[in-house]
Design a protein around this ligand. Structure first.
Ligand SMILES: C[C@](O)(CO)[C@H](O)COP(=O)(O)OP(=O)(O)OC[C@H]1O[C@@H](n2ccc(N)nc2=O)[C@H](O)[C@@H]1O
Ligand SMILES: Nc1ncnc2c1ncn2[C@@H]1O[C@H](COP(=O)(O)OP(=O)(O)OP(=O)(O)O)[C@@H](O)[C@H]1O
Length: 329
């Protein structure tokens, strides 16, 4: 069996513009109402199908480990920079699940260039896993088309949901097969209604060089008496009126702040920089605030990079579509 060509894509991160806890489930997960948008803070993933069984993953940091460590003011061997290359990596898990589900022969060579910080609430591992499923599906179709013929891409949705609650969002498989920047997610996060934003969302994101455990944050959250609904907020994002201002919300922010003292400072610095709508994303620790334009976001990010005390990764970002484009390398 020959090797396929290299397939490449740039998995985006995500911001949770809204997240409400609806209930605690028997299985330990929580029913959510959350609204996510993909943003152009990206990893880069390369996948090649080869004859040798197994998944061989190499990981590095972009532009290089030393500069990322320096920006975060940590040593190069700090846990914040550790990315597993075995089955603990969701990319490896995704390709193993895909191989089994499609009864594929052979295995995979994989290169992962990281930029999305881990433990940030930005969905880095989940986005990489969704990208691995999409790239693996394309590479397998090249040299084992009989195994792929007639397979509905929604098979990938099922595998994605098994890997993690955020993974289906990054597959970007919408009912009408269109690309969109955002989705309302319910259930664990796997029931998705994609929608297009009326206008691009510009934001400044601060990762305060501290990771927060998603399970630990959820274990501290409580179910509100009267959960908020994202319905009007989604209508506002679609430009259909509903709310004059973005009514952002993240129910996990309080529990996360109870676990880590590193979340309040970026929220304060974003607010002191004159930005409104400052909020933590996902289960943290990264925080973001909406800006009025790309230039406004770039200016604030530049100022904060030179003034924010302590290590952090600070970027201006803009919303982008899911799924990310696939290139044959
Ligand atoms: C916080 C968010 O990122 C918001 O988009 C997601 O809800 C979490 O997505 P994720 O990191 O892919 O989460 P998973 O890997 O599926 O679950 C990690 C842990 O988070 C908790 N968890 C996750 C999702 C959910 N709806 N309820 C939960 O209670 C559970 O303890 C679970 O064991
Ligand atoms: N592809 C990957 N990239 C980075 N970390 C990974 C990856 N696969 C597994 N991990 C492990 O998962 C942990 C969490 O990574 P990350 O925070 O990116 O996951 P996520 O659940 O998708 O995002 P988040 O929970 O932050 O929204 C990392 O600390 C690392 O140990």
């Amino acid at each position: 069996m020959s090797s396929s060509r290299w397939y490449r894509t740039s998995p985006p991160a995500k911001l949770n513009l809204f997240l409400e806890i609806l209930s605690r489930r028997e299985d330990g997960f929580h029913e959510l109402d959350t609204v996510m948008t993909a943003i152009d803070w990206r990893d880069e993933l390369w996948v090649q199908h080869v004859a040798q069984p197994g998944v061989r993953l190499q990981v590095d940091w972009s532009p290089d480990r030393a500069s990322v460590a320096k920006a975060m003011q940590v040593s190069e061997d700090d846990a914040l920079l550790h990315v597993p290359t075995d089955e603990r990596n969701l990319v490896v898990r995704a390709l193993q699940r895909l191989t089994d589900a499609l009864n594929l022969e052979g295995g995979w060579d994989v290169r992962l260039h990281k930029q999305i910080p881990s433990g940030a609430g930005m969905g880095g591992a989940s986005s990489d896993a969704a990208a691995a499923l999409r790239l693996g599906f394309r590479a397998a179709a090249e040299i084992q088309p009989d195994k792929i013929a007639g397979v509905d891409r929604r098979l990938l949705t099922g595998i994605a949901a098994e890997i993690g609650s955020d993974v289906p969002f990054f597959l970007g498989i919408s009912e009408d097969d269109s690309s969109a920047e955002a989705a309302r997610a319910t259930g664990r996060g796997e029931k998705l209604s994609f929608f297009s934003l009326a206008n691009p969302l510009h934001a400044v994101v601060i990762f305060p060089a501290a990771s927060v455990s998603t399970p630990a944050v959820y274990s501290r959250c409580t179910v509100p008496e009267k959960p908020r609904s994202s319905v009007n907020f989604v209508r506002a994002l679609q430009g259909m009126g509903g709310e004059s201002r973005f009514n952002m919300h993240n129910a996990l922010q309080g529990p996360a702040c109870g676990l880590s003292s590193r979340i309040d400072p970026p929220l304060k610095w974003l607010s002191d920089a004159g930005l409104t709508d400052c909020q933590m994303t996902g289960s943290g620790s990264a925080c973001f605030a909406l800006a009025s334009s790309s230039q406004h976001a770039a200016n604030v990010a530049e100022t904060l990079r030179s003034t924010f005390p302590g290590g952090a990764l600070i970027r201006s970002v803009v919303s982008c579509v899911v799924p990310s484009e696939i290139h044959i390398a």
